[in-house]
Structures are given as structure tokens and as C-alpha cells.
Design a protein around this ligand. Structure first.
Ligand code: HEM
Length: 253
């Protein structure tokens, strides 16, 4: 009976919070693992392939990896929303019944979830539509057809949001993990400090995203230096993560 009771726990709020958190992390590692694979492994390797081998690999390998990539991105987002729905906050009340979003935990998860949601929209709205052109082109060329001139532009404009997602992943994961494990202890009671935090955070995220979407241009160098190489993206991600950590120390410690 006790086992049955424990099994039924899954269908309670506590069970929902447990399962959604577990599924969120499983989907999240699948997504970000594939993001790192594309950026750190596949991109540099494909650049060294001859055109025919690259087309075969795009058809057989990249198309499969992209299926897992985009659906795990969506599942991560969905499960993240479910955690917010199931998880009790503070004294057991639900998300909008208390000032959760003014607490250290609330500000932390709002920042991380905002970055994660933009990353998910980048996958579905900016990366996948370009990859569809590239895959269709590879299949057409393998079947003896003419190369699609749009494929090169699609590759470049899909690369920028992909590298930006790599950059976001570093501060985003700091906030995801920090929500329950360290940002809860910060003093976020001052409304003006919170206002300063959100202005800096929202402007920084907006500028990075506009840059990734090519609003300031798409050619290499300049503001796109951070996307020029996967090492530049890693360095930028780590520096940004430290900047956000510093902002918390200055405003909320
Ligand atoms: C796409 C938008 C996302 C949303 C809306 C979201 C939402 C959430 C929420 C609500 C939590 C619980 C925070 C807490 O109270 O402890 C959480 C935790 C977490 N999330 Fe996300 N998340 C997103 C993306 C990601 C991604 C891409 C990853 C990558 C792996 C990720 C990994 C994690 C991890 C590791 C935790 C901590 C689990 C724990 O400490 O128990 N999340 N997320």
C-alpha cells in the first residue's frame, strides 16, 4: 500500500513539481548538449569537409541532430513553465499569490527563464528556418540539382543566433541553478535597486539579441566579433556571467 501511495504521489502537486523539474533538466541537457555539439564540434568539422561529404553529413547527421535539438528546446521550455505551475513558493502559495518575483529567487528565475525563452525562440524562429534551407539544398544537390544561392546567406544568418545562444547559456544556467541554491539569500528588498537591475538586464539582453538577429549588420568583426569563433562566444558567455554575478553582488549583497 505504501508503494502504491508513493506511486500516486506523482499525480499530486509535489509529484508534478518533481517530475517537471526532472524532465526539465533532462530536456535542458539534451538541448544545450546539442547546441555545444553544433558550435564546438560540427561547425569546425564541417568547414573541413569537401562539399559532397558535407552534403551527405547534412542530410544524414545534421538533420537528425536538429530534430532532437529543436524538440528538446521546446520540451525544456514547456517543463520550465510546468515547474512554475506546480512548485509551491515560499509558504506554500502559488507563484502570483505572493511577492515571489521581488525575492532573490524570483528575480533569478525570471532572468534565467527570460534568457532561456529567447534562446528557445531563436531555435524555432531564427535557426531552424535557415537550417531547413540548408538541408533542402544539400538533398537537392545530392540528387543532382542546382545549388540554392540562398544557402550561404542562410548559413551565416543562422550562425549568429546559434552563437548567441551559446553566449546566453552561461549566465542562463547560473540563474537556473542559482535560483534554489544561492540567489535566494540576496537582499532584493529595495525597489530602486530592483529597477536598476532590470533596466541594465533588459537593455543588455535586448542589445545582444538584436546583434544576433543581424540588426547591426551580419559581416564578421565589429560587434559580431563575439560570434566570429566559438572560442569568442565561450569567452563572452563567461565574461557576461561574471558581470551579472557582479551586478548581484553590487546591488543586492
Ligand atoms: C526555456 C526557458 C526556461 C524556463 C522557463 C525555465 C524554468 C525553470 C524553472 C521555473 C526552474 C526552477 C527554479 C527553482 O525554483 O529552483 C528551473 C530550474 C532549472 N533549469 Fe530551467 N528554464 C528554462 C531553460 C532552461 C535550460 C535551457 C536549461 C539547460 C539545462 C535549464 C536548466 C535548469 C536547471 C539545471 C535548473 C535547476 C534545477 C534544480 O536546481 O533543481 N533551464 N528552470
Amino acid at each position: 500500500m505504501e508503494t502504491l501511495g508513493a506511486t500516486l504521489e506523482i499525480f499530486t502537486e509535489a509529484g508534478g513539481a518533481w517530475i517537471s523539474r526532472w524532465a526539465h533538466v533532462i530536456a535542458g541537457i539534451t538541448w544545450i548538449g546539442l547546441l555545444y555539439y553544433f558550435n564546438f564540434v560540427q561547425g569546425p568539422a564541417f568547414a573541413q569537409f569537401d562539399p559532397n561529404s558535407r552534403s551527405v553529413a547534412t542530410d544524414k547527421l545534421a538533420s537528425r541532430a536538429l530534430w532532437w535539438f529543436r524538440w528538446s528546446a521546446f520540451a525544456t521550455f514547456l517543463m520550465g513553465i510546468l515547474i512554475l505551475y506546480f512548485q509551491p513558493f515560499g509558504d506554500g502559495r502559488q507563484l502570483f499569490e505572493m511577492d515571489y518575483l521581488k525575492t532573490g529567487q524570483g528575480i533569478s528565475i525570471l532572468t534565467g527563464a527570460l534568457m532561456g525563452t529567447i534562446m528557445m525562440l531563436n531555435v524555432w524562429g531564427a535557426i531552424w528556418p535557415r537550417q531547413k534551407i540548408i538541408i533542402a539544398n544539400a538533398r537537392n544537390v545530392l540528387a543532382g540539382g542546382e545549388a540554392d544561392p540562398r544557402a550561404a546567406t542562410a548559413a551565416r544568418s543562422g550562425l549568429l543566433p546559434s552563437r548567441q545562444n551559446t553566449i546566453f547559456s552561461f549566465p542562463m544556467l547560473m540563474f537556473m541553478v542559482g535560483t534554489s541554491h544561492f540567489f535566494g539569500a540576496y537582499q532584493t528588498g529595495s525597489g530602486s535597486d530592483r529597477a536598476i537591475y532590470w533596466v541594465i538586464t533588459l537593455v543588455a539582453i535586448a542589445l545582444l539579441e538584436l546583434n544576433a538577429l543581424g540588426v547591426f549588420g551580419t559581416s564578421p568583426g565589429g560587434l559580431r566579433w563575439i560570434y566570429d569563433d566559438h572560442k569568442n562566444a565561450i569567452a563572452t558567455g563567461i565574461v557576461l556571467m561574471l558581470c551579472w554575478y557582479g551586478l548581484w553582488e553590487v546591488l543586492f549583497r
